[in-house]
Design a protein around this ligand. Structure first.
Ligand code: CP3
Length: 356
């Protein structure tokens, strides 16, 4: 594999020395960028944008061309897997994702299969195009949703506070839910594996709704499957590259001890816990990614620099930190503020990496 010109992210994930803390931003290709809005307009819809490799490649590269970020993340969505399983995904402007055929009957769940890779070929083609265009400037992150989070959307049919339908199924028919989670874990493994084959350098699993669970249920219904996915990727003899794996659980600061045991290389953290405390609890077994509050990017450049300084100080001296927000960037952020953030991370982090 050719060497990356900027391998700070890979080094930080391996907890090896870097000259400055690497930074990338969840949803860095998104609506806060006017060039993203223009490409999305040209595509006609969010799904068309996802499913047209040339356009997905274009928007993946937009933030990389604008800011000195240390990683690209492939433009796609976690809900492409349920779409490929036949649920029919659409994004409605004021509502977000909506499935035409949500899982409402037992027979539907029992009839699900791991999707034919041809149905997600557009993701792999977009990855190949991005890798070619990046020419090894920075690593490319591939990703999936966790089985629990995918199941939450598939059963509910759309975003809904608290996702009551999956919570009800968990109480009333846990065996059926495990059936669904098992097929999703196999689908996620295959999708990540194919993203690696296409050229992705890092894997990230988004468990956006893991925080709905208590510790015991989190282990049983979410972590258990993340663990299986990581173990299968690691043991796959066809895949020699074994890219590092980041596990992000929104609202997951209660589960740090559990997440560390999943076999992941790094934990993605939201802002509910300080990096200092998370680092202590993770006992330097994994790297940490995060965790500035996305609303800080709406403040003045001076305040953004102060907030960056606080996050860096909280992690402190030494290796194993990837700077990011605690959740996705919001559409109302002025793009210049992202430039301020990236520059501040690179500049202010250098003293934390000096030897001696
Ligand atoms: O980070 C990136 O730049 C890569 C692209 C990416 C998108 N979605 C593009 C997107 C990634 C990594 C995701 C992950 C994703 N998708 C998650 C997990 C991360 C998280 O935010 O918790 C979830 C839960 C989804 C499902 C999803 N997609 C929702 C609920 C929505 C609507 C809410 C919203 O933010 O608008 C989306 C839409 C979506 N996915 C957009 C983007 C850029 C905005 C849609 C648009 O352009 O109209």
């Amino acid at each position: 594999m050719p060497e990356l010109k900027n391998d700070r992210l890979l080094k930080a994930l391996a907890r090896q020395p870097v000259d400055m803390t690497p930074v990338w931003i969840m949803r860095q290709a998104g609506r806060y960028l006017p060039e993203y809005r223009a490409t999305r307009e040209r595509a006609g819809s969010f799904m068309k944008l996802c499913k047209t490799p040339e356009l997905a490649c274009e928007v993946t590269l937009q933030p990389i061309e604008r800011f000195p970020l240390d990683a690209a993340i492939i433009f796609s969505d976690i809900l492409t897997i349920p779409d490929a399983m036949g649920l029919g995904l659409n994004f409605i402007e004021s509502k977000g994702p909506v499935f035409a055929r949500p899982l409402q009957r037992e027979a539907q769940i029992k009839g699900l299969e791991v999707p034919d890779p041809a149905r997600l070929q557009y993701v792999y083609e977009a990855i190949s195009l991005v890798k070619h265009e990046l020419a090894d400037r920075v690593p490319l992150i591939g990703f999936c949703g966790s089985p629990w989070t995918l199941a939450a959307y598939m059963i509910e049919g759309e975003s809904s506070p608290g996702f009551p339908r999956i919570m009800q199924m968990m109480q009333e028919n846990p065996a059926l839910l495990h059936n669904l989670l098992d097929i999703l874990a196999k689908s996620v493994t295959a999708h990540l594996e194919a993203q690696i084959q296409a050229g992705a350098d890092v894997m990230m699993l988004f468990d956006t709704w893991g925080g709905l669970l208590d510790n015991e249920k989190y282990r049983e219904f979410s972590l258990n499957y993340a663990h299986q996915i990581i173990a299968r990727l690691r043991h796959n003899h066809y895949n020699k590259r074994k890219p590092p794996f980041i596990l992000f659980t929104k609202g997951g600061s209660r589960f740090i001890d559990e997440m560390v045991e999943s076999g992941c290389d790094a934990l993605g953290l939201d802002w509910e816990i300080s990096l200092a405390e998370a680092r202590h609890r993770a006992r330097s077994k994994v790297a940490l990614q995060g965790n500035m509050h996305p609303a800080c990017l709406l403040e003045s450049p001076e305040v953004i620099r102060q907030e960056v300084a606080k996050v860096l100080a909280s992690f402190g001296q030494g290796e194993g930190h990837v700077f990011n927000l605690g959740h996705g960037i919001t559409p109302d952020v002025p793009p210049e503020h992202v430039a301020v953030l990236v520059e501040a991370v690179h500049e202010l982090s250098q003293p934390y990496h000096q030897k001696g």
